[in-house]
Design a protein around this ligand. Structure first.
Ligand SMILES: Cc1cc2nc3c(=O)[nH]c(=O)nc-3n(C[C@H](O)[C@H](O)[C@H](O)COP(=O)(O)OP(=O)(O)OC[C@H]3O[C@@H](n4cnc5c(N)ncnc54)[C@H](O)[C@@H]3O)c2cc1C
Length: 331
């Protein structure tokens, strides 16, 4: 038996969706180890979110509020969270793999002298040699395998989880629990680095997370001299353009349009992947697409293992044919 802690990240007075996704998974894990689920809220005027966290499965919520904590502070948040965690001695601590979670989690793990697995795509409990271990699943080995990581010798077991890979559970408004307010104590001089403003991410890629159709290209487009064919096909199918990491590295797409473990997660109706081998680092970003179409000249490319429709051939021949057909259809 042990506590599972979720850091409940919030912005503009609302919980970010990965926090609710984590609550559902943490509830499942807590039931499995017969433990308690605790959520931690840090910020200013965020206490109203505690009820929601109870409805989503927490049995208690700790709140630390102070106007100076309104924005994420990379010196203070880890310090405050680590000292609370030292008191609670939890088994497991989960955070969202957001830009803030990616800063907070390693700082907290270092203060607690424990391990951290970043960017997990799944979590579950396995009994190994008589002890319940958190299995932390991440894509690895060039993205060709899913790797299970455990932290057998240190506690808590800490992980960040990618947004949009877990499901949000159902809220139960009849659920109740303890809401505990803690007055955070810190001195101004502890804020060596001060966050003074949040600037929203360029909206350039925001359209892909809601897109109905996405045409995504990879390094295979090198043979076609770049992304012109992808852009033309996307236009023909009224889709959004996206790509793999090599496509971003080559400057064919902005970072906000990169799909995968370190990029965006999308759930379109149709996802067309062209000239991409299908590394799991990339495919974890669109596994929930309704229909996946792949075009690649290598019949053994792993992308065909997850696609609903695969076309083996040279993209320089196939894409122009597809565009012609689509134009004929319109005529
Ligand atoms: C920690 C970590 C995180 C990562 N995160 C991401 C991530 O978020 N997103 C991501 O995309 N990658 C990520 N990667 C990189 C990932 O592992 C792969 O290297 C990458 O996805 C491969 O991209 P690709 O498929 O475009 O290129 P390649 O693997 O080189 O595949 C190119 C494909 O194009 C095909 N091809 C070539 N020419 C033609 C042609 N004329 N016609 C048809 N097909 C052709 C080839 O057969 C091949 O299958 C990450 C790696 C690490 C280590």
């Amino acid at each position: 038996m042990g506590d599972i802690i979720v850091w409940a990240e919030h912005r503009d007075g609302k919980l970010v969706s990965v926090s609710l996704e984590l609550m559902a998974k943490a509830r499942e894990l807590a039931d499995r180890i017969e433990g308690h689920l605790t959520a931690i809220l840090i910020g200013d005027r965020c206490g109203h979110l505690a009820e929601t966290l109870l409805h989503y499965g927490a049995s208690r919520v700790f709140i630390m509020e102070d106007p100076r904590l309104a924005l994420y502070q990379s010196d203070l948040y880890p310090r405050l969270m680590a000292s609370l965690l030292k008191d609670l001695s939890p088994e497991i601590v989960l955070l969202g793999a957001t830009s803030i979670g990616a800063d907070l989690a390693p700082r907290v793990a270092a203060k607690l002298k424990t391990g951290l697995t970043a960017h997990c795509v799944d979590l579950y409990i396995e009994n190994i040699a008589g002890t319940n271990q958190l299995i932390q699943v991440v894509p690895g080995w060039s993205g060709n395998m899913l790797i299970k990581i455990i932290c057998p010798e240190r506690r808590p077991q800490m992980a960040t989880v990618r947004p949009d890979v877990l499901e949000i559970g159902k809220a139960d408004p009849s659920r109740s629990g303890d809401i505990i307010r803690i007055q955070p104590e810190f001195a101004e001089h502890e804020m060596k680095a001060k966050t003074i403003e949040f600037v929203r991410e360029e909206s350039e890629g925001s359209s892909i997370t809601d897109a109905d159709v996405i045409v995504s290209g990879g390094f295979g487009l090198e043979s076609a001299g770049g992304f012109t064919l992808i852009n033309e096909l996307a236009q023909a199918v009224h889709g959004e353009v996206a790509g793999t990491r090599p496509a971003f590295d080559r400057g064919w797409i902005p970072e906000a349009r990169m799909i995968g473990q370190s990029g965006k997660t999308v759930k379109p109706r149709i996802f067309i992947s062209i000239g991409t081998s299908g590394a799991t680092h990339y495919t974890t970003g669109f596994l929930k697409a309704k229909t996946i179409v792949a075009i690649d000249r290598n019949p053994r490319a792993p992308i065909f293992g997850i696609s609903d429709l695969g076309i083996v051939g040279d993209l320089r021949e196939i894409i122009p044919c597809l565009i012609d057909e689509l134009k004929n259809d319109v005529r």
